[in-house]
Design a protein around this ligand. Sequence first.
Ligand SMILES: *[C@@H]1O[C@H](CO)[C@@H](O)[C@H](O)[C@H]1NC(C)=O
Ligand SMILES: *[C@@H]1O[C@H](CO)[C@@H](O)[C@H](O)[C@H]1NC(C)=O
Ligand SMILES: *[C@@H]1O[C@H](CO)[C@@H](O)[C@H](O)[C@H]1NC(C)=O
Ligand SMILES: *[C@@H]1O[C@H](CO)[C@@H](O)[C@H](O)[C@H]1NC(C)=O
Ligand SMILES: *[C@@H]1O[C@H](CO)[C@@H](O)[C@H](O)[C@H]1NC(C)=O
Ligand SMILES: *[C@@H]1O[C@H](CO)[C@@H](O)[C@H](O)[C@H]1NC(C)=O
Ligand SMILES: *[C@@H]1O[C@H](CO)[C@@H](O)[C@H](O)[C@H]1NC(C)=O
Length: 649
Amino acid sequence: MVLQVKVVVTTLVCWSIIISYDCVVVGDSQTRIVLNSGCSSYNASNLNSFYANVNATFLDLRNQISNQSKHFATAQAATGDVLVYSMFQCRNYLSRNDCVACFDTASTKIRNCSASNGARLIYDGCFLRYESERFYDQTNQPGNGILCGNKTAKEGNATFETIGQTLLMNLQLATPKIKGFFAATKTQVTPGGSSAVYAIAQCVETATESSCLACMTVGYNNLQTCLPNADGRAYDAGCFMRYSETPFFADNQTIDITTYLNQGGSSNKWAIIGGVVGGVALVVILLAFLAWRQSRKSKRAPRGNILGATELQGPVNYKYSDLKAATKNFSDENKLGEGGFGDVYKGTLKNGKVVAVKKLVLGKSSKMDNDFESEVKLISNVHHRNLVRLLGCCSKNQERILVYEYMANSSLDKFLFSNKQGSLNWKQRYDIILGTARGLAYLHEEFHISIIHRDIKTSNILLDDNLHPKIADFGLARLLPGDRSHLSTGFAGTLGYTAPEYAIHGQLSEKADTYSYGIVFLEIISGQKSTEVKPDDDGEYLLQKAWKLHERGMHLELVDKELDPNDYDGEEVKKMIEIALLCTQASAGMRPTMSEVVILLQSRSLVEHLQPTMPVFVETNLKSREGHSTSTGSSTSNATASISLPSGR
Ligand SMILES: *[C@@H]1O[C@H](CO)[C@@H](O)[C@H](O)[C@H]1NC(C)=O
Ligand SMILES: *[C@@H]1O[C@H](CO)[C@@H](O)[C@H](O)[C@H]1NC(C)=O
Ligand SMILES: *[C@@H]1O[C@H](CO)[C@@H](O)[C@H](O)[C@H]1NC(C)=O
Ligand SMILES: *[C@@H]1O[C@H](CO)[C@@H](O)[C@H](O)[C@H]1NC(C)=O
Ligand SMILES: *[C@@H]1O[C@H](CO)[C@@H](O)[C@H](O)[C@H]1NC(C)=O
Ligand SMILES: *[C@@H]1O[C@H](CO)[C@@H](O)[C@H](O)[C@H]1NC(C)=O
Ligand SMILES: *[C@@H]1O[C@H](CO)[C@@H](O)[C@H](O)[C@H]1NC(C)=O
């Protein structure tokens, strides 16, 4: 089924006008910038009743914000079996009149979704949404996005970035704890200086503290990539964040959010993280490492235009004949590689779009026949900039084919161990490490069901034109019959990357991915394969070597000799390696979650509180054939591992 999604694309033109006029504060500009808008892909069943209900809810909403001076309102109406749920929120810094004005504009402009059973419109100042299904508890939705200004901050780029980052991180943590889920803050960039960072964060009032935090975390992770540009906004179904060097609310709206940062218990590591984040220490540390993280991000369009449950776009069902033509009858010439789940071909569709076509080899399994469509549908709804998009599928007789977006730069292993070896600089490696962590955090914690990848390795991390990482092959392990899920019968992972508890006992959790990620992390830093033993390494594999060097405080020894030593800082390398070792600890429970890894990477001072414990060293019989990596590529190692435990020393 091909769903057509009608989307009114964000007005970039308008955006640039706003920038040059610098008029973000005045009243009607609250509605000048459309951050996101769209119509549901489904039609309402009884249009007359539906619109009568929409009108009734709008009247109710307006009454609440106008007569009762509310900034947040929901309303529902039912006639017969036709239901309408509506929600409106304006930013709390707006006056009653501005809020009502924003509503009036939104409720007029939203009326061009013809027969759709849902619509939304997000402005800087407010948002309005209606649906035929209840959506009040939605916070994180695919299609969330950011809009970054393209101007760099006026004063002190690095400082602006540091201050902005700290401010947004604090907002992310504080806002869920504040009654009404709204906070506005202002922080001077340099003491006594003229410029400041203004920022707000807001969740819908129907969120819970934890769903608000989840939404804020995604928003923060996205929005901080706008820095050091002068302004940016992040929107999602249930929350909003915005910062700017130009004031967009009155100074007397601000609150002191630091009082919300140290609340809660003290024994868990989140409390430590929260506490330190609140402290000034972070600013100092951030300053130290931001020097090499500058020069990024300009002109950024919103990442997606689809937001909301009714907008979940189904996968495209491709015709077998079309895919056959696109790949020249699956010719060797078009073959990008062979991987664990099947061969991958480069395909050029009739409309000129280049895709990667993966012919699955999954063997006969009734489970797969039943689950294929629903799994494909699920995977195709996973949207994240660090995850390879699944565009659609094709089933013909026994054939199962998946169609992915095409990544011209192929996979990370090529850049580390093969023809492009040594071509990644330190910053690029850091960005790949961070991006991969974000992609995994999304799969584990932010998508509506938790997806464990089970086969994280360098050949499954593809790089886009800007060398940003995109994780491939997620969700495919779910298609394997259950009995292939661990070593006793052949496991889904790959030698050298698989967490010991999964390889040996088949105990699978998100932490198995954390482990594999830690191994990839070490490979990126060292430029050495996890299974490779260098001549002067005493027969020790990468993880053993890393641990030994860590114990001796000789972290720099691990760093890829191809890297320019002026490119990185010794302390920073040490922290990075410690984070990798936190991920590969023997006890799965002690390993950080991937969202914790994201936070640790961005504020490495925190690592001091979390010293890694020793990993388990799995000895393997490495008569393995390394699989060929592929463009959306997976590879398996055909090695039959004779894994022996325990080890350590
Ligand atoms: C709903 O309100 C709009 C705008 O005020 C109006 O044009 C439309 O006729 C109304 N529809 C129904 C079914 O009442
Ligand atoms: C709200 O105000 C409008 C117009 O100002 C009025 O018609 C309506 O009756 C009021 N509703 C309530 C509940 O006070
Ligand atoms: C809604 O209005 C915008 C401009 O006002 C227009 O570009 C868009 O095509 C309209 N959408 C529909 C579904 O009519
Ligand atoms: C929805 O309604 C519009 C106009 O009434 C029509 O053009 C469109 O084909 C319908 N879409 C679906 C999926 O039924
Ligand atoms: C920002 O974008 C606008 C329109 O895309 C362009 O005209 C302007 O030059 C850009 N400004 C900077 C500083 O890049
Ligand atoms: C800030 O950025 C601008 C433009 O990118 C540059 O010209 C200026 O030197 C930078 N200032 C500092 C303090 O880094
Ligand atoms: C905040 O300041 C504005 C003027 O800048 C004033 O109109 C408003 O009443 C003040 N609000 C509060 C709560 O003090």
